[in-house]
Write a protein that binds this ligand. Structure first.
Ligand code: 3AL
Length: 171
């Protein structure tokens, strides 16, 4: 199957599926590897709209992500996917003190790097999130950008696997 056909087959589902909170296709498209889903690889460039999102820049992709246990969660504005992921990490049931502490860490992180702290929440938990954030706060910016893009790929891969009912999300 050609990449174009793969895209045509997926497009309807992708358009309907919010794979990021505010910009539906971004994490999916940053992470889409046809081979991981059993499609032929090496055809990525045949997925035309897929690359357009990069015009926003890599940091732009990261800024689409809501803070963990942040304002969107408090206001009930998370996408169903983010809600599930943050819930899986135990972040939807924090006490007020813990929430305030995380908000402070979020703010410090964003002030240093210019984008939100993004871990794949489904692979983390309530204890690991703050300690990982403290650790990453001290990383060099270029390394942190690369780490964060890697996390976005993990999020997108898992959301896509959910969407397709696939178990091809590892790692
Ligand atoms: N900031 C951040 O990591 N947001 C997210 N991560 C994740 O797995 N789901 C999110 O909403």
């Amino acid at each position: 199957m050609e990449g174009r056909e793969v895209w045509d087959g997926l497009e309807g589902r992708v358009r309907r599926a919010p794979l990021a909170s505010r910009h539906p296709q971004l994490p999916l498209l940053t992470s889409w590897d046809p081979a991981s889903l059993g499609y032929p690889s090496g055809r990525g460039t045949a997925l035309p709209p897929a690359c357009l999102c990069f015009s926003a820049g890599q940091e732009g992709v990261l800024r689409c992500h809501p803070d963990l246990a942040g304002r969107e969660l408090q206001r009930g504005e998370l996408s169903a996917e983010s809600q599930r992921e943050q819930s899986a990490a135990g972040l939807t049931s924090l006490g007020a003190a813990e929430r305030l502490w995380l908000a402070e860490l979020n703010a410090q992180y964003r002030a240093r790097f210019g984008f939100p702290f993004v871990p794949a929440a489904r692979l983390s938990d309530r204890a690991a999130v703050p300690s990982e954030r403290v650790r990453r706060l001290h990383c060099p910016p270029a390394q942190e950008l690369s780490t964060t893009l890697g996390e976005v790929k993990k999020i997108g891969r898992r959301r896509l696997a959910d969407l397709l009912g696939s178990h091809a999300a590892e790692p």
